[in-house]
Write a protein that binds this ligand. Structure first.
Ligand code: FES
Length: 133
């Protein structure tokens, strides 16, 4: 025992691919409860007014720019495809290169992304956020 010299971190720095994304794992707990043709994301009341919430499993971000104005957008950043990670200051933020999108319409507030986040139809059903219904 004791001859485990197999640590060979093959880290040749010659890959020119900008693939900084590559983090599909968000701790598993996806529970896509289906309800009348839609997917329940969570409680509408959990989305703060003037802010939003990212649902990484569904790759959707839901915002509430003003009371009752729920909107949903793809959480996949239009720059290189990272999943946006947070919503603050009225902006949906991507952790990879700092792009920010407006909660009201998904438009770009800060680059490097140049395209808005595509919107996703969302509705509130019995206090729950439902997409795809
Ligand atoms: S992937 Fe580059 S800013 Fe989002």
């Amino acid at each position: 025992m004791g001859t485990d010299d197999a640590s060979t971190p093959t880290a040749m720095g010659s890959s020119a691919s900008d693939d900084a994304a590559g983090s599909p794992a968000s701790s598993g707990a996806a529970d896509p409860s289906m309800s009348s043709g839609g997917t329940i994301l969570g409680q509408a009341m959990d989305v703060p007014v003037g802010g939003g919430m990212v649902f990484p499993a569904a790759k959707v971000v839901v915002t509430q720019a003003s009371a009752g104005q729920y909107k949903a957008f793809s959480a996949v950043c239009t720059h290189k495809g990272c999943t946006v990670s947070s919503v603050s200051g009225g902006l949906i933020k991507c952790p990879c290169h700092g792009s920010a999108f407006k909660i009201a319409d998904g438009s770009v507030a800060e680059g490097p992304a140049s395209s808005p986040l595509p919107s996703v139809p969302v509705k509130v059903d019995n206090g729950k956020l439902v997409i795809g219904g």
